[in-house]
Design a protein around this ligand. Structure first.
Ligand SMILES: Cc1cc2nc3c(=O)[nH]c(=O)nc-3n(C[C@H](O)[C@H](O)[C@H](O)COP(=O)(O)OP(=O)(O)OC[C@H]3O[C@@H](n4cnc5c(N)ncnc54)[C@H](O)[C@@H]3O)c2cc1C
Length: 361
């Protein structure tokens, strides 16, 4: 049996970022069931950091995490939120929520929006422009974190699906090899409740939800376009490398698994693109779906299970697992090693109770 100080289950952004912090304190062994890191949610993300998503706790975790995404891990990329007559109230509410975290957002009118994003249809009458967005390089981030773990003497092992867990903690993989450590970090994304069940730990009731992306060809001038969102919360478009990534912002309840896009959501994405913009969908070049897994109050969780000493939850990253990862990793480090709660998080109002696994349903 291979021994470690910290055993981490899950080779996505959650497990890897926690692994990189814990590697400063002892030997980390991270086990990923798939043959590649980030095969599930972390490899299917549009990997952006912005204040347009989540509640106050998520925005505070996002704000705390931002300095970590220096180039080349992240690059400045502006965001535009637009509203038609029916979604003006949502736009105003969004503006008020974001203004608690940044002073840089400015209102824009139809004329400004036409200059920023010419294909927008004139039904969009008002918007918000946020220059503070960051486009993250997901693959680079995952590889950089894995490198940190390995450089500290740890191991990041793929193709190691855990199928049995004994308290204490010992895990056995499908291939029959065993690993042991006093601390087990459950960073298994959509499977986190299933890992808990294997360990005899009470589940949290995590909810995986499927999100769909279509990729369409973009005109050459799309290089200067922002990340565009409807304030109604039913559409976004991200220009990337001569293509447009488009989502109908679906949240379909799903079982943990290899998420695949459904025809209905693909059609919805194309329909919303044509509804909100003058871009015609002649061909869908590529498509995918991924799971975003939520806790009951949509704040990610980090903390020891009350019913199982040494079993640490790091789950429920929802649709903001990348942009909150540095903060969640530091929280995990502090709670696991007995370090101080990050001061910058306390100053932003994020307290241990808010991320604790058992915090009321
Ligand atoms: C379409 C889409 C767009 C998104 N856009 C953004 C965005 O712009 N910004 C942002 O911050 N977030 C975004 N997200 C959310 C983000 O991708 C997730 O929050 C994040 O990837 C979750 O990371 P994770 O490590 O918890 O899960 P995962 O990446 O799914 O990792 C969990 C890993 O655990 C492994 N595992 C499960 N069971 C076992 C087992 N028994 N043994 C070993 N390994 C196991 C799985 O194979 C998996 O690789 C988006 C998500 C989607 C789907």
């Amino acid at each position: 049996m291979e021994r470690a100080d910290f055993l981490i289950l899950g080779g996505g952004i959650a497990g890897l970022s926690a692994g990189a912090r814990l590697a400063r304190h002892g030997r980390v062994v991270l086990l990923e069931g798939e043959e590649a890191l980030g095969y599930h949610s972390s490899g299917r993300s549009v990997s952006f950091s912005h204040y347009g998503i989540g509640n106050d706790a998520v925005r505070a975790l996002t704000a705390y995490s931002r300095p970590w995404f220096e180039p080349p891990l992240g690059h400045a990329f502006p965001t535009l939120y637009f509203a038609d007559r029916d979604s003006l109230t949502s736009l105003d509410a969004l503006g008020a929520d974001m203004a608690r975290f940044t002073d840089d957002i400015r209102p824009v009118d139809r004329c400004d929006m036409a200059a920023l994003f010419p294909p927008l249809r004139p039904a969009a009458i008002r918007g918000l422009f946020d220059p503070t967005g960051l486009k993250l390089d997901a693959d680079l981030i995952l590889q950089a974190l894995a490198k940190e773990v390995r450089a500290a003497g740890g191991a990041v092992l793929t193709g190691r699906r855990v199928v049995a867990i004994e308290p204490g903690w010992t895990v056995r993989t499908e291939a029959g090899d065993s690993f042991g450590a006093p601390i087990l970090v459950n960073a298994a994304g959509a499977w986190a409740d299933r890992i808990a069940a294997l360990a005899g730990v009470a589940p949290l009731g995590l909810q995986p939800r499927r999100r769909t992306i279509i990729v369409v060809d973009a005109p050459p001038e799309s290089a200067g376009w922002p990340f565009v969102h409807s304030a109604a919360g039913d559409f976004y478009l991200l220009p990337e490398a001569g293509r447009l990534l488009v989502s109908p912002v679906d949240e379909v309840p799903a079982e943990p698994g290899d998420a695949q896009p459904e025809d209905y959501d693909l059609a919805l994405a194309a329909d919303r693109l044509e509804h909100y913009t003058t871009i015609a969908v002649t061909r869908i070049a590529h498509r995918w779906a991924g799971l975003r897994t939520f806790t009951h109050d949509r704040v990610p969780t980090a903390g020891f299970a009350a019913d199982a000493p040494g079993f640490f939850w790091l789950a429920g990253q929802g649709g903001y697992g990348f942009q909150t990862a540095p903060a969640m990793a530091e929280i995990s480090e502090a709670l696991i090693t007995g370090g101080a709660w990050p001061k910058g998080l306390a100053e932003r109002g994020v307290l241990v109770e808010q991320v604790a696994p058992k915090r009321g349903a």
